[in-house]
Design a protein around this ligand. Structure first.
Ligand code: TK8
Length: 785
């Protein structure tokens, strides 16, 4: 049913002629309204939608989009594209069907320079199509060839499509980029082979062979353009820069070459080029932001699980599963534009991919390749439109401005055009696609069988309930949505399991917890905001990201506050803990219990940190509050606040060198895969808060509230114990997995403490001295003072 609302609202909005970005927002609204009405979501809250929307665009890797677009503009206007065509001409122009090979070779090279199929195709068709026509090639066939070559662009890096897939699916963009090279070249070879087959029958005089000396001269001219992909890929491969930085490098490089070296880029053009890239960026980013709203609701509504269940029969056969998913992508990709297809299908299919054990990078590259086919197939076929619109014979190689005259330069890149599609036939097409997929796999015999079983089960349960009903009358059927940024194998997973058991036993199965892991349904802060708005019941979060909401929580970020777990327990479980609970409640949050994240330690990819001086210059991610930021700045690092969910990718792409977290979190979040050094600094202890939405809490009966509190306290015992047992084990296994671990001796720890002392004085006013004193007093008591 939820799937029906998802697909139905999306298609209905599109049928009304709404641009896709708005259709996605309508889909989000519809899903939220439906879930609120059926009780799957506690409330409808437009503020949360707005928040998700803003968060959707607020993402570091996406910053690559405007720069790659700008690079494309500079390349076309600066004469780089033309030189690439010349170069291809010099080498393969003289074969039979030569101009066709020129188109393919140039497409491959251009693909490695630019991230957008539309920009490449626009440039190539403006240059080559008139030439091919003049030479006597069939226009339609030539246009088809250029269009087919154009769709190599999103596969060979850099690729805006891959950036968006990486962001939407949480997959390494660097890995996607590197994995796209060979498949992209294979696409070129395949297109070239097809052309060979077709061109045998064309009766066209090939261009004269270019003499070797001339060839080398032309290659020399184009070599500056050829160097760019080497710089970009090499830089990313060896960790010199991130994909985002690569985009900036590409833009600056193509500007310098076009402006200073070739001298074709004119100052007067700059404004127009930047404006064009800016406009396209706005379209892409708006689309991404809107898609993040529906993506969140898709996750919360459990649609991926439903889809996974439908694809269940295929789970054992990965090849078949891939095949089915790719067919879905191709079909949806023909009906929708490129980017919307990525944005809509990624959150739905990614969980299936992970569950089936398919490599997400492999899936991503195939996704992009098959989705690219949609660029040259009706009804949407953006690249087709470009080819048919872009060629203007009279401007054929008229000199430096031959490439991309007028409005074509503005042609929006792959997938970015929100175009109304009111045609009944197209809507019917899309409907058929989206509706037939989910139901295709049902096996009727199996269906009846499970129904039969289900009926038995229901009878049994009903009987049991009849007997037990009076005892559980004070409880209502409730499914509590719980989210967490960590993976399920973290001890928090055990704590939640315990809570589920307690709830099941004490409420006769009426109250249940539906848990979402790995930040799949939003990070700590987002979830906490949802709690305050009353659209989500529960979250387990570190105290630190919440300092913006309850400033007093900043106490726990003061460095070297606790020296062991016993002290932490004494403070948190005593009156001091109650003091913060009161503050949290005033902010709309009921804290059910303090669980444990634990003592934090620094990891980084540059050097072991043994002493204070070693912090110098390391780029470290810190939790999002000023006290942490201040601490790490004072220690000498280059500190960057960042949400937890972005850490892995940021480490992998070397946007940052390091991060700090407890051993168990480091291991369960797999940071060791992208970090070399682990220094046992124990510079802070972070508690976890198990929060419940106050708005929703007030709707619970006193019995329900009591059971929840009890469950959270039982969970606390399990979680803390597991965390502490696991702590040492995690350290050992991090070592075994290849991390280089160093202890920090007591004297050095003391020096670190001395260095960060000013952080206390500086931040106490912001935290409030009352809160600081409450904790310090409790701590004194705990220490026996
Ligand atoms: C997990 C976070 C995390 C925290 C952080 O959701 O942000 O570094 O330590 O463990 O709460």
């Amino acid at each position: 049913m939820t799937i029906g609302v998802f697909v139905g609202s999306l298609l209905a909005a599109m049928a009304l002629g709404m641009p896709i970005a708005y259709a996605l927002l309508v889909c989000g609204l519809a899903l939220m309204a439906f879930m609120a009405a059926t009780g799957a979501l506690p409330a409808f809250d437009s503020q949360i939608l707005a928040q998700r929307f803003v968060d959707g665009a607020d993402n570091f890797p996406l910053l690559a989009v405007p720069f790659f677009l700008l690079a494309g503009e500079f390349m076309n206007a600066g004469g780089l594209s033309r030189r690439i065509v010349n170069l291809a001409m010099a080498w393969v122009g003289h074969f039979r069907g030569g101009l066709g090979y020129v188109a393919v070779l140039a497409a491959i090279i251009m693909a490695s320079l630019s991230g957008s199929a539309v920009a490449d195709t626009a440039a190539l068709s403006a240059l080559l199509l008139p030439m091919m026509k003049q030479a006597g090639y069939q226009v339609n066939r030539s246009a088809g060839l250029i269009a087919s070559g154009g769709i190599i662009a999103p596969v060979i890096p850099p690729s805006i499509g891959m950036i968006i897939f990486g962001v939407a699916g949480n997959v390494s963009i660097t890995k996607l980029f590197l994995a796209g090279i060979v498949p992209g070249i294979m696409m070129g070879v395949a297109i070239g082979a097809t052309w060979w087959w077709l061109a045998r029958r064309e009766n066209v005089q090939p261009a004269p062979r270019v003499a070797m000396g001339e060839r080398l001269r032309i290659t020399g001219q184009g070599s500056l353009a050829l160097l760019l992909p080497v710089v970009i890929l090499g830089g990313m491969k060896f960790g010199v820069f991130t994909p985002t930085e690569a985009a900036v490098v590409a833009a600056v490089y193509s500007f310098v070459v076009g402006y200073f070296v070739y001298g074709e880029l004119k100052t007067s053009q700059l404004y127009g080029l930047v404006l064009a890239a800016g406009k396209t960026t706005a379209v892409v980013m708006f689309l991404v932001a809107a898609a993040m709203v529906s993506a969140w609701l898709i996750t919360v509504a459990n649609i991926p699980t439903e889809v996974a269940r439908m694809l269940e029969p295929l789970m054992g056969n990965r090849l078949l599963l891939m095949l089915v998913m790719m067919v879905i992508i191709i079909v949806v990709g023909t009906a929708l534009d490129f980017t919307p297809t990525v944005l809509i299908l990624t959150p739905v299919l990614m969980p299936v991919v992970l569950k089936a054990g398919i490599d997400p990078v492999y899936f991503g590259v195939l996704f992009i390749m098959n989705n690219a086919i949609g660029l040259i197939t009706p009804p949407v076929g953006t690249v087709l439109n470009v080819v048919s619109g872009a060629h203007q014979p009279r401007r054929c190689l008229q000199g430096r401005d031959a490439v991309l005259p007028g409005p074509d330069r503005r042609a929006v890149p792959a997938g970015a055009v929100p175009r109304p599609r009111a045609g009944a036939a197209q809507v019917a097409d899309a409907l058929r696609v989206c509706v037939s997929v989910p139901f295709r796999k049902t096996d009727p015999t199996k269906e009846t069988r499970t129904m039969f079983k289900r009926r038995n089960l229901v009878t049994l349960l009903a009987g049991a309930l009849l007997v037990a009903a009076p005892a559980f009358a004070q409880f209502q059927e409730r499914t509590i949505k719980f989210t967490n940024g960590l993976n399920e194998d973290h001890p928090v997973g055990l704590g939640v399991k315990k809570m589920q058991e307690v709830l099941a036993a004490k409420t006769g199965g009426k109250m249940k917890i539906a848990s979402f892991w790995g930040g799949a349904a939003g990070g700590d802060l987002q979830a906490t905001q949802a709690l305050r708005a009353g659209t989500q019941e529960m979250v387990c979060t570190s105290s630190s990201p919440l300092v913006g909401i309850v400033k007093e929580l900043g106490v726990f970020d003061l460095p070297f506050l606790f020296s062991n777990e016993r002290e932490a327990d004494a403070v948190l479980d005593g009156p001091a803990g109650a003091y913060f609970n009161k503050k949290l409640e005033d902010a709309g949050l009921v804290n059910l219990a303090y669980w444990e994240n634990g003592f934090r330690n620094l990891t980084n990819s540059r050097k072991p940190v043994n002493k204070v001086e070693d912090f110098d210059g390391i780029k470290v991610r810190v939790m999002q509050n000023n006290i942490f930021l201040d601490t790490f700045k004072t220690l000498g690092t280059n500190a960057v606040p960042m949400a937890f969910g972005e850490i892995f990718t940021a480490l992998e792409t070397r946007t940052i060198d390091g991060q700090e977290n407890p051993f168990v979190t480091i291991e369960t979040s797999k940071f060791n895969e992208v970090q070399k050094y682990l220094s046992v600094t124990r510079h802070a202890y972070t508690p976890f808060l198990v929060l419940y939405s106050k708005k929703l809490w007030d709707q619970l009966s006193p019995q329900e509230q009591a059971v929840l509190r009890e469950a959270a306290m039982e969970g606390q015992k399990v979680e803390r114990a597991a965390n502490r047992t696991l702590n040492e084990k995690s350290l050992a296994s991090l070592k075994a997995k290849g991390m280089q671990v160093n202890e920090v001796n007591a004297a050095e720890q003391r020096r670190m403490f001395d260095k960060v002392k000013p952080v206390y004085d500086k931040n106490v006013p912001a935290i409030g001295s009352e809160a600081v004193n409450v904790v310090l007093d409790a701590l004194k008591k705990a220490r026996g003072g």
